[in-house]
Design a binder for this molecule. Sequence first.
Ligand code: ADP
Ligand code: ZN
Length: 293
Amino acid sequence: MNLKLGALEAGGTKMVCAIGDETGRIFEQISIPTRTPEETIPELTAYFKERGVEALGIGCFGPIELDRRSPKYGYITSTPKLAWREFDMAGAFAGALGCPVGFDTDVNASVLGEVTFGQAKGLSCVIYLTVGTGVGGGIYIEGRLLHGMLHPETGHVLITPRKDDPYGGRCPYHKNCLEGLASGPAIEERWGDKAANLADRPEVWELEADYIAQALTGYILTLSPQMIILGGGVMHQTQLFPLIREKTARLLSGYIRTKRLDDMERYIVPASLGDDQGIMGCLELAARARAKS
Ligand code: ADP
Ligand code: ZN
């Protein structure tokens, strides 16, 4: 049975909309800039309505409310993007489209895309970390997307700054968190040029890998993932991968030994679905919402 499913990757700068099916096939896709909800939501709902989707999956920037017992379920909550604060995202689409709506974080959608359609198929504990404008992670654990109290905020784990790094960090909440020290804008501010222009400066990636490896070591020891997938704009610097693998292994210091850790090249890996893991994960969120309805 092929369903007509809608997928929406809702980001702070752009909204990616796609139509596809439960096998992860994408038939069409558009991207529109994110303005205010008053301007943007009608455009989005019209797109999905015209195409008659049977269900919609939304992978959304956050923080968002995922507790179904909360009256604020489906809301974007304390986001710094003020126009979207306290906006009932899932409700706006459910109301306008009258179809089931699946709702989760953008990064949980990405990890779901990878475990459903990508290289992590068959695994039960997987982390997807994006290093881009922000840093965030989706966690699939024992076969489910992890929400817990709110949802994981893996980009804000604290990092020990290297002694020779004078940069103060740019997260307004914690100076020395991973996002504050290692996001694309942090690289740009520290080194005075766009991350993409710094490809031939080994010291940039050496430091970047140090910080990412610290965070991964913490995730590995806490969650025991079977695979860690790294995506986002900064990870286009593929020279980071061997550095991160080597530094993570060094930080773990042989304390845990597993077959997967012995095969670092297949343990810490780039995303496998081009840049479609997020939107494909949204298709799966839609399929799941429909199956539950
Ligand atoms: P977002 O996080 O906004 O969804 P991206 O994942 O594309 O979007 O991340 C954008 C960030 O990634 C920017 O800070 C940009 O400087 C950085 N970036 C984009 N392309 C590259 C590249 N080729 N090398 C290094 N950094 C990059
Ligand atoms: Zn932070």
